[in-house]
Design a protein around this ligand. Structure first.
Ligand code: AMP
Length: 224
């Protein structure tokens, strides 16, 4: 089973994708996380991606497709895969359709998360994370007890470079221009596109996704 999570930055793809992958015991392939990991490790890919990421631009398709292909080939064939943040352009979606049959898979469904721009802005620019505990806060919706300090680790919170307001505006523009056309691409494909309101409480969004996927793909047997 392969499910693609589509939606603008800040809509909750990461959070919702991680919750779903955990509940279904699926693998999650999040290209943004893989790129940040490559940067932390100082690899060649990390160095190549750095400038694009900090400017809110997309990393070139060829680098992304090679990275995804390598990951996909290493994944156990029987487990479901959830793509988060990939594909993000038409060439990436076309490349995915070429790569998946090589590993005996296809896109089975697309989850499209949506929310108004002002909500996305606040969610992203308010986001802070703790490198030590891994916990993510939001200064508007879910602040730490002491400003700027992680409740668990007691160390300073970090503001991702590409979560600063100017870059957020650019990331939303890039989404509308390059990623949103994928909705039409998938609407014209055999995979159902499941439209989910991302502007609800976290648990409600998750429940909506589970219900829509259950109806579309009969996941009943795979529940925990
Ligand atoms: P994310 O964590 O998904 O918001 O991704 C953070 C940044 O990584 C994006 O703004 C892009 O610069 C880069 N990135 C992640 N996934 C992709 C992708 N599929 N194609 C191109 N760039 C990507």
């Amino acid at each position: 089973m392969v499910v693609v999570f589509l939606g603008p930055p800040g809509v909750g793809k990461g959070t919702q994708g991680a919750m779903l992958a955990e509940a279904l015991d699926w693998d999650r392939l999040a290209t943004g996380d893989l790129l940040r990991e490559a940067r932390r490790r100082g690899t060649e890919l990390g160095r190549q991606a750095e400038e694009y990421m900090d400017a809110g631009e997309l990393v070139p398709d060829s680098l992304i497709v090679a990275m995804v292909r390598e990951r996909l080939e290493a994944m156990p064939a029987r487990r479901g895969v959830l793509f988060d943040g990939f594909p993000r352009t038409l060439p990436q979606a076309e490349a995915l359709d070429e790569v998946l049959p090589e590993v005996d898979r296809k896109v089975d469904a697309v989850v499209l998360l949506e929310a108004p721009d002002e909500v996305l802005h606040k969610r992203i620019s308010g986001r802070r994370h703790s490198p030590e505990s891994g916990r993510v806060y939001n200064i508007y919706f879910d602040p730490p007890e002491q400003e700027g300090i992680c409740d668990e680790a007691g160390t300073p919170l970090v503001h991702r470079e590409d979560d600063h307001p100017d870059t957020v505006t650019r990331r939303l523009e890039v989404y509308r221009e390059l990623t949103e056309p994928l909705v039409d691409f998938y609407d014209a494909s055999p995979a159902p596109v499941l439209r989910i309101d991302g502007n609800q409480e976290m648990d409600e969004v998750q429940a909506s996704i589970r219900q829509a996927l259950d109806e579309a793909l009969d996941l009943g047997a795979k529940r925990e």
